[in-house]
Ligand binder design. Structure first.
Ligand code: ADP
Length: 270
């Protein structure tokens, strides 16, 4: 892990703070299939960006790379100017050690389509697990934080329940509380309402809108909920074939898309 006094990137040497997230020449292959190639983009601190595009265009892969759930085939991902998995040293690309990766990775939280709660643990234990074991919080501190977060997502009275006793929407709100308990700088949301019955979607989006309004957490959002994208994000990036084909503020993207592929995609889903 580079120290503050040994900047590893050009961005880190500039007087401007490094972007919160930078993808530099990112390539991702699954076997022989190239899913992302020469992908370059930056996300600013506190920015909320929605990724849209047809199924298979690489949106989830981008989130999973940030979460280090997938290996990066080539290129670099920087978080606040720090390398996530690979650093550039003497012009060479060097893979970081698992401990170094974990240091940066813990600044990032993710909420998945399928909630992914631990089924054998109570709601409270689901939320306090990582703060205790990864951040080293005391049990009391982690519990107090968890209860505050459960209040925020409207589920304090379900702290002792098990995930199977909750509706999908409630489970997803617990998953959001669990991600927030790690006090992330970056929150990744991967189609978090896609597995929910329609009547449960509103509560989950309401919680996320509250998080967007009341925190400066940088958010990367994959969603088909265009009204939500409009309400919470400052920028929308349209992907096709692993490339950004257009990006614009939501109002512009949804009312006056310039690219033909964006127009077709939005016509089909709106
Ligand atoms: P999106 O989120 O835009 O629907 P994904 O990032 O999920 O797209 O997928 C991009 C491409 O990568 C798709 O063609 C998908 O089939 C492929 N892919 C994703 N994960 C895997 C995997 N684990 N193994 C093989 N191919 C994968």
């Amino acid at each position: 892990m580079p120290t503050d006094s040994t900047p590893t990137t050009e961005a880190a040497t500039s007087t401007d703070p490094a972007p919160r997230i930078e993808f530099e020449d990112v390539e991702k292959k699954f076997g022989k299939t190239t899913v992302l190639k020469d992908l370059n983009f930056t996300i600013g601190r506190g920015e909320r960006v929605t990724l849209i595009g047809p199924s298979g265009s690489g949106k989830t892969t981008i989130l999973r790379l940030l979460m280090t759930l997938e290996d990066l085939t080539d290129g670099y991902i920087w978080v606040d100017g720090d390398p996530l998995t690979h650093d550039r040293r003497d012009g060479k690309r060097v893979e970081l050690k698992p401990k170094q990766i974990a240091q940066v990775r813990k600044r990032i939280g993710m909420v998945f389509q399928q909630f992914n709660l631990f089924p054998n643990m109570s709601v409270l234990d689901n939320i306090t697990e990582a703060p205790i074991h990864v951040l080293g919080q005391s049990k009391d501190e982690a519990k107090e934080n968890a209860l505050t977060l459960l209040d925020r997502v409207g589920l304090r009275n379900r702290a002792d329940a098990h995930p199977t006793q909750l509706s999908g929407g409630q489970q997803q709100r617990v998953a959001i509380a669990r991600a927030l308990a790690m006090d992330p700088e970056i929150l990744l949301l991967d189609e978090v309402t896609s597995a929910l019955d329609p009547e449960l979607v509103g509560d989950v989006l309401g919680v996320l809108e509250d998080v967007a309004e009341t925190t400066d957490i940088t958010m990367l959002i994959v969603t088909h909920e265009m009204q939500f994208a409009r309400d919470v994000s400052q920028r929308v990036m349209m992907f096709d074939g692993g490339q950004i084909v257009e990006e614009a503020p939501p109002e512009e993207m949804f009312t006056r898309p310039k690219n033909e592929r964006t127009q077709k995609f939005l016509e089909a889903i709106i």
